[in-house]
Design a protein around this ligand. Structure first.
Ligand code: AHR
Length: 306
């Protein structure tokens, strides 16, 4: 077992104690998620940190098991990307009891005691929803029938993006969300739900708002298979800013993407190292969001890092 005071500290190349960090990842539902995993893995390697990686396959129970295993192994810190917002208090209390800092990445949790985690590193999901809606208002002149592809139910990413989007849409009576359903942040489910929307909708669908790019890419396929032109007959906006979204914008099939940067490794490990050193870490470390539409896609696609 490591982390016990009587054990000799494992030394890194620089002679300092090598940190051991447990990372509980949600899964691999989207290209965004894969980029986030890669960013955390490569940053751990660059800092000579031993990373214990666990893929939860979208299940909170698997994340809780992984966290309890990390705690039992005596890791120096835990990085957690929580699949849903609620249900974390017992395991976070367990980590706190053992003085193991927990750094949340990208998604947030709802807890009665905020001292149960060290910090949340990530973008502002409510703002992303608002930015998407503001673009919709501008693009449509405030009149459109909208269908919404939601992310994983209970996740802060889905809850907050919907909140920000509907807040702005509600101010425009001729912008109507006519159908809304989860596509679970995956391309396959996004396609399936879009097919169902196209079959069941009695009104013309003018616009798709997808909580992530992968679902939008699935919706594009469904629209094409239904004989319509994505990006022209139906306007599409999504969130993430992955390379696939830029390719779809260059091809004229996606109209806009709101960036949510997944390259969180460097900032997350800065927080880990500060927390382990006993420094105070700010409760929220915000990563900036940007909006990209077709007008800039061609110029910027070459520089996309994920
Ligand atoms: O939590 C961030 C969201 O989760 C990303 O938008 C999505 O692609 C991912 O799966």
């Amino acid at each position: 077992m490591f982390g016990c005071s009587e054990e000799p500290a494992i030394k890194g190349k620089d002679g300092k104690k090598q940190l051991i960090v447990g990372f509980s990842q949600i899964g691999a539902e989207s290209s965004w998620r894969t980029a986030e995993t890669e960013s955390i893995r490569s940053e751990a390697k660059a800092r000579n940190i031993e990373l214990k990686f666990s893929d939860a396959q979208q299940k909170q129970e698997n994340q809780i098991k992984a966290l309890n295993a990390f705690i039992a192994q005596g890791v120096d810190a835990i990085i957690l990307a929580p699949v849903v917002e609620t249900g974390w208090e017992p395991v976070l209390r367990n980590a706190k009891k053992r003085n193991i800092p927990v750094i949340l990445v990208d998604r947030g949790v709802k807890v009665s005691d905020e001292s149960l985690y060290t910090t949340l590193v990530g973008t502002d999901f409510v703002l992303e929803g608002r930015l998407a809606a503001e673009w919709v208002v501008e693009k449509t002149g405030g009149k459109a029938n909208i269908v919404e592809l939601e992310g994983t139910p209970g996740s802060s990413a889905a809850i907050d993006r919907q909140k920000g989007f509907s807040e702005i849409i509600a101010k425009h009576p001729n912008l109507k969300v006519i159908q809304s359903q989860t596509g679970e942040f995956t391309r396959a489910k996004g396609k399936e739900v879009m097919e169902a929307f196209l079959k069941s909708s009695t009104n013309k669908i003018d616009l798709v708002f997808a909580h992530n790019d992968d679902m939008a890419l699935g919706a594009i396929q469904a629209i094409e298979e239904a004989g319509q032109k994505p990006g022209e007959d139906i306007i599409i906006i999504s969130i993430d800013g992955v390379k696939g979204a830029f390719e779809a914008m260059v091809a004229g099939k996606l109209n806009c993407t709101v960036e949510c940067n997944p390259l969180l490794g460097p900032v997350a490990f800065d927080a880990v190292e500060r927390a382990v050193a006993g420094e105070t870490v700010e409760k929220r470390i915000m990563i900036e969001d940007k909006v990209f539409d077709q007008s800039v896609a061609k110029e910027l696609i070459g520089g996309r890092k994920y």
